[in-house]
Design a protein around this ligand. Structure first.
Ligand SMILES: Nc1ncnc2c1ncn2[C@@H]1O[C@H](COP(=O)(O)OP(=O)(O)OP(=O)(O)O)[C@@H](O)[C@H]1O
Ligand SMILES: [Mg+2]
Length: 310
């Protein structure tokens, strides 16, 4: 099931500063499934926050169409099952962490009993039970993010919108947040997270979209975006037993210190390479497909240049 459907969405900010306005989103089409953790990646100014704001009805779309659980953003009921952690949020400093969650619960129209049960469950989940009675003005950046995540979970959302959720959170906290997100996904819900931290998205998301200058330029699973198709690395004792690779099999990219990198015309052609090596009695130590990191994929996609994987 698609919890979010986005079709040809365009957002132009009319600032009066620039003629024709600023095109923050330029014909974005995307679907978010339920359940999944979806990572929206893009450099600063790519349009990530704008996409969230248009989906949540905070800013109006210029053209195109979107739905959340079948309802358009201008219908307030579309937000009933949504949790949102904004970028650079400023929760009222005079409230305690618990106070913020209670306030959020009331905004959702929850009963006192439901609010108590929910806060009791959420505070330990985000590691904030010890700080529940401390004022938010005393919280560190990471603590503010944790309570922000709990606040986003108060209304028992079907979908969570998290804008840079681990900003300022320490490495242990990041791992904990990732675990919370997986748990939410395993309960059958969806999470969309914005980040320019590639490693974050790589380890947390099921699927990723790369947004650049308001356009989606790639969408796929992390595995799809990070496999360098049909490139293999073969470690073996080549010595002087080298052989030529015919064009229909592929081409040699490099051979250095008994490490051969080949680009094959088809995955199965690795068998031809292995057969040749057997025939020539070359001792094989390992054969593995070459993966790149999401960071390399991201830089390549955004810059259009290939990054050396070594
Ligand atoms: N309220 C606004 N008025 C005018 N222009 C805006 C407004 N909000 C965003 N923009 C412009 O729209 C573009 C996209 O901004 P957006 O904040 O969506 O990017 P982002 O991908 O979230 O960036 P970051 O990683 O820095 O958070 C930028 O050029 C930005 O300057
Ligand atoms: Mg942003």
């Amino acid at each position: 099931m698609n919890i979010v459907v986005i079709e040809d969405l365009t957002k132009i900010y009319n600032t009066g500063m620039k003629k024709g306005g600023i095109t923050a989103l330029d014909g974005v089409s995307l679907t978010i499934e339920q359940p999944e953790i979806f990572g929206l990646l893009g450099p600063n100014g790519a349009g990530k926050t704008t996409l969230f704001k248009t989906l949540l009805g905070i800013t109006q779309v210029t053209s195109g169409y979107a739905t959340i659980a079948g309802l358009p953003p201008d219908n307030p009921r579309s937000r009933k099952k949504v949790g949102y952690l904004p970028e650079n949020h400023r929760f009222p400093g005079h409230l305690t962490g618990l106070g913020l969650l209670e306030f959020t619960g009331r905004l959702f129209g929850m009963s006192r009993r439901d609010i108590d049960a929910k806060t009791e469950m959420l505070l330990p989940l985000v590691g904030m039970d010890k700080w529940a009675s401390t004022k938010i003005s005393k919280y560190s950046k990471g603590m503010q993010q944790r309570i922000g995540l709990a606040q986003a979970l108060m209304g028992d959302p079907e979908i969570l919108f998290l804008d840079e959720p681990t900003d300022g959170v320490d490495p242990v906290g990041k791992t904990e947040i990732r675990e919370v997100l997986r748990k939410i996904r395993d309960e059958g819900k969806s999470v969309i997270l914005n980040s320019h931290l590639l490693s974050e998205v790589e380890s947390a998301a099921d699927r990723v979209a790369i947004l650049s200058h308001g356009k989606i330029i790639r969408v796929g699973s992390v595995a799809e975006l990070t496999s360098r198709e049909s490139q293999y690395e073969v470690e073996a004792d080549f010595g002087d037993k080298l052989f030529d690779i015919p064009e229909e099999v592929g081409k040699k990219i490099s051979l250095f210190k008994d490490r051969l990198i080949v680009q094959l015309t088809d995955e199965k052609k690795i068998n031809w390479i292995i057969d040749q090596m057997r025939m020539k009695k070359i001792n094989i130590r390992s054969v593995k497909p070459i993966k790149i990191t999401l960071e390399q994929s991201f830089i390549e996609t955004v810059s259009g240049k290939k990054v050396d994987s070594k």
